[in-house]
Design a protein around this ligand. Structure first.
Ligand SMILES: [Cu+2]
Length: 495
């Protein structure tokens, strides 16, 4: 008896040691959509689909029988391509109001996933597809079905959505196909400046003939910066994990704030309000470009995504009506390769990829406050703080640390508000670079949306560029540009 007790105890201790070493086996909890629980929270914006399905089928990748669809830059479509797209969208708009393919019903699919309407299966909490690692994946699946429905409507299995190539100077304005007010692709309420220039993040100038080249160059800098900020790190590029039971907005990835949200804002009108955004047909070209940037990021050597090892990422699932009028449950694992989904992007130049970051030197306009040995030295700024004006704080770092991340934590706001602040990293007494920004887009809701999130930026390359590799401290400056006083920041740290 005594010896078997000893054996059991030994076994238990050995198991406990193993678990301590390798961690407890994780409970799998991918987020999935509850098909029977969708709440129309706003009377003026009913986002749940009108039609309930008889059954839901699991998505299966189709064997490639037809050639790959090739998504081309919207500004470069030929007349035939443009007419096809225009006609398909017109047919979509003409469908009965409650048809799942109807243009507004399709737009509502996006709304239902960003308004608290869709609920997580079995949990009755919001399923939100922004501000986490599902930003890219959900939108890829959404565009996939949207494209195939359009193709079906015009009986063309090669039909491909265009992408809005705003990361190249040739595409930095509203593409011509979206401008004609008699077209099914137009939205006459858009901000007219977009006809000249589209701002990827703080680059709007006079929009004069003289200023436009500089504005375009500024846009390329934004592209370069946002890619660096998420470079070579899955968690920074994709955003924070979002598992079943998690609150919305754990933290968006490198390009969700900018250029994604900045382009939404600048396009204005429906596009600037998350819950209405897909009512502007340009939404789909905008998100095709976001999707393309994801594909580009994945193709960069060394960027192999660590998130692909996480079952909670791969097994998350969404619901969409497909081109056969089935409600389909699609998993993230099905959307990580565009070729398997039957499409590719036309290769076009990436003029932002190898730029050099602009370092603003002391004395440049607006820099002096940030760089001086001002009152905020070493913790004199008290967090949490309401971001009412520019604030600089000295943040400690470990010299020689690999993969440094700047974390702006406990960002709190009412999710209905539009908020934008920029983040600079500077050398004490030296130059600074804009390292990133936080942009939250307005959304409609009857009640306050209590939102708590964080911003993470990869800063290794920025630290090198300002020459602060050997410094124990850097100056981080937060500059609110929209929604002053509407956002609270809990802290700033480098990890
Ligand atoms: Cu979007």
């Amino acid at each position: 008896m005594a010896s078997s007790w000893v054996t059991i105890t030994h076994a238990a201790v050995a198991m406990a040691l193993l678990l301590m070493q390798f961690g407890f086996p994780a409970r799998s909890k991918p987020v999935s959509t509850d098909p029977n629980n969708c709440l129309n929270l706003m009377p003026e914006l009913k986002c749940c689909q009108d039609r309930s399905p008889k059954k839901i089928v699991d998505f299966k990748l189709q064997p490639q029988s037809s050639p790959l669809r090739v998504r081309r830059p919207a500004h470069a479509l030929d007349t035939e391509e443009a007419q096809k797209y225009e006609r398909a969208t017109a047919l979509m708009r003409a469908l009965p109001d409650n048809h799942p393919w109807n243009f507004v019903q399709q737009a509502n699919t996006h709304c239902a996933y960003c308004s608290g309407s869709h609920r997580q299966l079995g949990l009755n909490i919001s399923f939100e597809i922004h501000g986490s690692w599902h930003f890219f994946t959900w939108h890829r699946a959404y565009l996939y079905f949207y494209e195939r429905i359009l193709g079906k409507l015009i009986n063309d299995t090669s039909f491909a959505l265009p992408f809005w190539n705003w990361d190249d100077p040739s595409g930095m304005s509203i593409p011509p196909i979206y401008r004609d007010n008699s077209s099914s692709l137009s939205n006459p309420t858009r901000y007219l400046i977009g006809l000249k220039f589209i701002d990827l993040g703080g680059c709007e100038g006079n929009n004069t003939v003289e200023s436009l080249p500089m504005q375009r160059q500024c846009n390329l800098q934004v592209m370069h910066r946002q890619f660096i900020a998420g470079f070579n790190s899955s968690s920074l590029f994709y955003g924070s994990p979002y598992r079943a039971g998690d609150n919305s907005f754990p933290g968006g990835g490198a390009i969700e704030s900018s250029p994604h949200s900045s382009v939404h804002q600048f396009t204005s009108s429906d596009m600037s309000i998350v819950t209405r955004a897909a009512r502007d047909p340009i939404f789909f070209a905008h998100h095709a470009n976001i999707d393309r940037l994801w594909a580009i990021w994945e193709s960069i050597p060394g960027n192999g995504s660590k998130v692909f090892n996480d079952k909670d990422f791969l097994e998350a699932s969404f619901l969409f009506w497909d081109e056969n009028m089935q409600l389909v449950r699609i998993m993230v694992r099905d959307v990580i390769d565009t070729r398997k989904l039957g499409y590719v992007y036309e290769q076009v130049p990436l003029p932002w990829m190898n730029l050099k970051t602009v370092v603003e030197e002391v004395g440049s306009e607006g820099v002096a406050v940030a760089m001086g040995e001002d009152d905020s030295w070493k913790g004199e700024v008290k967090f949490p703080l309401v971001l009412s004006s520019q604030v600089s704080v000295h943040v400690g770092r470990k010299v020689g640390a690999k993969g440094e991340k700047l974390v702006v934590s406990d960002i709190e706001l009412d999710g209905r508000d539009h908020v934008w602040f920029k983040v600079y990293v500077g050398r004490v007494g030296g130059g600074r670079v804009e390292a990133g920004c936080f942009i939250h887009m307005e959304r409609r809701a009857n009640e306050r949306i209590n939102m708590a999130t964080k911003l993470q930026i990869g800063i290794t390359q920025f630290i090198e560029e300002i020459g602060a590799d050997g410094d124990d401290w850097v100056v981080v400056t937060l500059v609110p540009t929209v929604g002053r006083n509407k956002v609270t920041v809990g802290g700033v740290s480098i990890v």
